[in-house]
Structures are given as C-alpha cells and as structure tokens.
Write a protein that binds this ligand. Structure first.
Ligand code: DGI
Ligand code: FE
Ligand code: FE
Length: 195
C-alpha cells in the first residue's frame, strides 16, 4: 500500500468525523476488516482498505444538508431516504470520496455508494465493504455477530444473506421505511444459496 497517501486519507477522514468519537474508530475497523477479507478472497487489498476508510465519510453531515447536497448534485432521493435521510450518507459518501478525497476508481466509489443497502449481484469489493461494515471488531450490537463473522470468511454470500435477513427483521420490528434496494439485496443472495 502507498503509506503516505493512505495516511493523508486517514487524517482527512478523521477530521471529517471528529464530531462523532466512535465513528473514526469504526472506520478504521472497517478498513482493516475489509483488507482482511480482500486477502481471503483475492481482491485488491489497497482498494478494500481505502473503500473501508471512506465508506462513512459523509456520516457526520447534518440530515438537512445531506438532502440539499444530494439535490444540488442530482443524486436521486428515494422514498425511504426522504423518510430516513441518514441513508443518504452512502450516496453522498461516494460523491465526497470523488470530489474531496480525489478517488476516481469506480469500484471503490460504488463500494461506498452501496455499503448500507447492498444491491443485487454486488461486485466483490462491494460485498467486502458491505460485510466489513457489519462485522468490524468494534461492532457489538447484532445478536449473531460471531456466526456472521465466521461465515464472512468461509462464504461471504451466505453472510450477506444472514445480514440482510437480520436487517430487514430489525427494520420491520422498528417500523422503519425499507428501501427496495435492501429487499433486492436479500432476494438476490437468497437465490444464490438455492442454486
Ligand atoms: O453507517 P453505519 O452505522 O456504520 O452502517 P450502515 O451504513 O450500514 O447503516 C446501518 C443502518 O442502516 C442500520 O440501522 C440499518 C439501516 N438500514 C439498512 N437498510 C435500510 C436501513 N434503514 C432503512 N430505513 N431502510 C433500509 O432499507
Ligand atoms: Fe454507513
Ligand atoms: Fe459504517
């Protein structure tokens, strides 16, 4: 990895997340975990690390600004994103990665873009960042984390199915608006297990 370049990105993202103490720690956890998963699955370790480092770079932007900036940049706001603008940190994060962090690599940008909802038929890098976000060492809320953590390193697609199933259950329980893309992710990964 290009250590000086990565160190610059790290400092910049640390500053961007300084109002949320635990967010930077989570960010480093995701970057390290994504790099480990890339090693396991033969993906590009540096790209995985960078995508992990930047995946939540727009997390600390106030929700009204998220909406305003998405509108200004022609980013589509879905119904569930209008109800829960925090979801927009993924799309906005990809935009910030490009314009503020100089990331031109489309694989990295789409891994950031889809890290919250996932999508059907994710690229390997998208899968890695999606899962790393859920299993990184500092996460402690999900009930079956140990199962998902082990599964992530043996069968990442099965792990994605477990995660999306649990997320949908959680959203239903909480009565939150479910984005159709989250459902598409679940359906797709369910089908991969049956074939
Ligand atoms: O940003 P992080 O907290 O690190 O993680 P994240 O970007 O994966 O966001 C996690 C939250 O997003 C979690 O509470 C579940 C929620 N989420 C995922 N899919 C949907 C969703 N929330 C809504 N309302 N609708 C969805 O489809
Ligand atoms: Fe996120
Ligand atoms: Fe995250």
């Amino acid at each position: 990895m290009d250590n000086e370049y990565i160190e610059r990105l790290r400092k910049q993202v640390k500053k961007a997340l300084k109002m949320d103490k635990k967010r930077y720690r989570h960010t480093l956890g995701v970057a390290d975990t994504a790099a480990c998963l890339a090693m396991r699955y033969g993906a590009d370790v540096e790209k995985a690390y960078i995508a992990g480092l930047l995946h939540d770079c727009a997390k600390c932007v106030p929700d009204d600004i998220k909406i305003k900036e998405c509108q200004e940049h022609g980013i589509e706001i879905t119904e569930s994103e209008a109800v829960g603008p925090y979801l927009l940190h993924a799309k906005l994060g990809a935009l910030y990665a490009r314009i503020y962090y100089g990331i031109e690599d489309e694989e990295i940008l789409s891994a950031i873009r889809f890290h919250t909802t996932g999508r059907a038929n994710m690229t390997e890098l998208e899968e890695i960042v999606f899962i790393a976000d859920y299993i990184e060492p500092y996460r402690n809320q999900a009930s079956d984390l140990n199962v998902v953590r082990a599964e992530s390193f043996t069968d990442i697609r099965k792990a994605i199915l477990t995660v999306t199933f649990d997320t949908l259950e959680y959203l239903k329980r909480k009565g939150k608006a479910i984005d159709p893309v989250t459902v598409e992710t679940y359906e797709f990964y369910k089908d991969t297990q049956n074939n």
